[in-house]
Design a binder for this molecule. Structure first.
Ligand code: ATP
Length: 240
């Protein structure tokens, strides 16, 4: 049966004061998909993720999640309904331990056996976090902090994971590791919307992609179609 898309965004606009950051954005993400959102610096990628998570208000348009209009829900309610965001720059709590950062990710769920089970699940996904569970998060390397940020988002048991530039500032080997983790989470059933400057790597693992340019969706297609698209090659993959 066709249950319709998990996420459906229609005619979305967003502004910072008088500055328009998103114009008439339409996107759809189906359950189980890994979708990449690519575009240059300042195209509006972070703004789009923030309007989906409720961190940034939309000025017009609708956001439906699992058939329900969530456009007016507060950010915390959206987390509870199954949307978790890994913000740009990770934003982990540096002075707190790894374990406490993970516990915070479950704040909409409180405490209990289910949360303990998920902490164990995150430690299984990221054995390094288990080893360092009592260390302060600020002492972790950049790649480890990114893993912690992903682990913290997973503690909300999301059905849709919004990832903002997870490869930012990481060495190539770590980037490969992070992309492998993203693929694995998606294979395990978590629907993912991935924002990346690293367009080729993101499109290579994506079912579908969207290209955002100065606040508007310019192209959409399968990951493979977009990688092969001449405009994408020229503008984002550094090829003639
Ligand atoms: P980056 O990869 O650099 O984060 P992006 O594609 O995520 O880029 P956004 O950060 O969403 O782009 O920015 C979109 C536009 O909105 C840009 O023109 C940016 O200057 C502007 N903008 C972003 N945040 C603010 C803000 N807090 N106040 C005013 N303008 C903003």
């Amino acid at each position: 049966t066709d249950a319709g898309p998990l996420l459906s965004v229609r005619g979305l606009h967003s502004h910072y004061g008088a500055v328009s950051a998103l114009r008439d954005v339409d996107i759809e993400v189906r359950a189980g998909e890994l979708v990449a959102l690519v575009g240059a610096n300042g195209a509006g990628k972070t703004t789009l993720l923030n309007t989906l998570s409720g961190v940034q208000p939309a000025s017009a348009g609708s956001i439906h999640f699992d058939g329900v209009d969530i456009s007016r829900l507060k950010a915390q309610k959206r987390v509870a309904s199954g949307i978790a965001q890994v913000p740009e720059g990770r934003q982990i709590f540096g002075p707190m331990s790894v374990a406490d950062n993970l516990a915070l990710g479950a704040y909409t769920r409180g405490t209990g056996a289910a949360v303990d089970k998920d902490i164990a699940w995150v430690y299984e996904l990221f054995p390094m976090l288990a080893e360092k569970r009592r260390q302060v998060a600020g002492m972790l390397s950049g790649g480890q902090q990114q893993m912690l940020a992903i682990g913290r988002a997973l503690m909300a048991r999301p059905r849709l994971l919004l990832l903002d530039e997870p490869s930012m500032g990481l060495a190539p080997l770590l980037i490969a590791e992070i992309f492998e983790i993203i693929r694995k989470l998606n294979a395990d059933g978590i629907t993912i919307l991935l924002v990346e400057q690293n367009a080729s790597a993101a499109l290579a693992i994506a079912d579908h992609g969207f290209v955002l340019e100065t606040g508007e969706i310019k192209l959409t297609g399968t990951g493979k179609t977009l990688i092969d698209h001449p405009d994408v090659k020229r503008a984002y993959l550094g090829m003639a």
